[in-house]
Design a protein. Structure first.
Length: 175
């Protein structure tokens, strides 16, 4: 059964200096928000809970604004309500069951893509390939090179720059 919950509390239970992070997450049922009675879940030992995080509405809005910007050419503009359909390009890379049906871009951005991830080197390589601006291309190639790893760390990891922030910093690559 699928029951939607928000988190009431998300507390780290291990000390900050401990190498492993363990958390106590208290869930809030949708029904808890509507009535004063809590809905109790029945579960047995060995049952599994799957937690599916979602991106914040602010991150999704910023990402979708980049893709639907008036600065983009009409043929490259992706609107939040755009419907996407995935197809298999290689038999070793099957499409997950939940993405076999057509879906809206906004749903994918909210539920599947990690917009708050710190980008890795490969993203900069891909952006360098698609950008139409030589200055951007030069910077992206530097960040994706083995010699540019210190620069990549300073740009992405140290300030904890997100995927959306990086895409906003390279407008020609996202156009």
């Amino acid at each position: 059964a699928t029951i939607r919950h928000g988190s009431k509390r998300n507390i780290r239970t291990t000390p900050m200096e401990h190498f492993q992070e363990v958390r106590l997450i208290k869930l809030e049922n949708e029904n808890d928000l509507l009535t004063s009675e809590a809905t109790h879940l029945n579960y047995d030992p060995g049952d599994v809970v799957l937690i599916m995080p979602q991106n914040s509405p602010a991150s999704v809005a910023k990402f979708l604004a980049l893709l639907s910007s008036e600065d983009r050419s009409v043929e490259n503009r992706l609107l939040p309500e755009s419907v996407l359909q995935l197809s298999v390009l290689h038999e070793d890379m099957p499409i997950p069951e939940c993405l076999k049906k057509p879906f809206r871009l906004s749903d994918c951005a909210q539920n599947y893509w990690d917009l708050n991830a710190i980008p890795r080197r490969y993203l900069f390589e891909v952006l360098a390939y698609v950008t139409t601006n030589e200055l951007e291309k030069e910077k992206l190639l530097e960040l994706s090179s083995s010699t540019g790893q210190e620069e990549l760390y300073s740009y992405c990891n140290r300030p904890r720059r997100t995927m959306v922030e990086v895409l906003a910093d390279f407008p020609y690559a996202t156009a």
